[in-house]
Design a protein around this ligand. Sequence first.
Ligand code: SF4
Length: 237
Amino acid sequence: MSELATRVRDTLATLERVAEEFSPAVFASSLAAEDMVLTDLILKAGLPIGIFSLETGRLHKETLGMVERVQERYGYEIALYRPVQAAVDAYVEKKGINAFYDSVELRKECCQIRKVEPLGRALNGKKAWVTGQRRAQSATRSDLSVQEYDGSHSMEKFNPLADWSEQEVWDYIRANDVPYNPLHDQGYPSIGCEPCTRAIQPGEDVRAGRWWWENPDSKECGLHLVDGKLIRIKKAS
Ligand code: SF4
């Protein structure tokens, strides 16, 4: 069995375990390449894991277009969670629409309104959530486990692609003709909100284009943090 086939087998086994032991479980898709691998695996296997995405109001049109492409390809409608409009309006009015460039605090406040709060709603009542994070993506993810306890949401969190390399992600996408965000072909290995993501040069860290004006150790949006710190409570998987 090839290394990729072994990875796929192990990842499917993890997803099946999530579906069996942690129902109801959901998959938080950012519609990036890794998330499309998981989407393909979940939907082809018919696993009862709901897929949602955070529609922050600041996404690239190419990213939003992936929702339609998933619908066309798999006949599946990804659930979209949006921020509370009154909170967005208050932030924009008091601080400015692009105030996140001014300080880490203002950036985190914007992420709190547009991502963290909607994520909390999406996870409400669930027993586990799944992400497409990989260990090799950045310094802040170097100790990522396939399974961990998410203390901030009081539930299990699964990162089934934690061990995958970027090459394996693309090998899977090409071998299975999985639809992917066209921005990946334009120098965007990691894609977030449009004003907070830039293309990178060959050889740069894959997450160098995210919040590039900040220090590397503060480059998380709060979705995978516990009390503001990366805390991993590892459990045997
Ligand atoms: S990534 Fe940027 S635009 Fe998106 S929620 Fe965070 S600060 Fe706001």
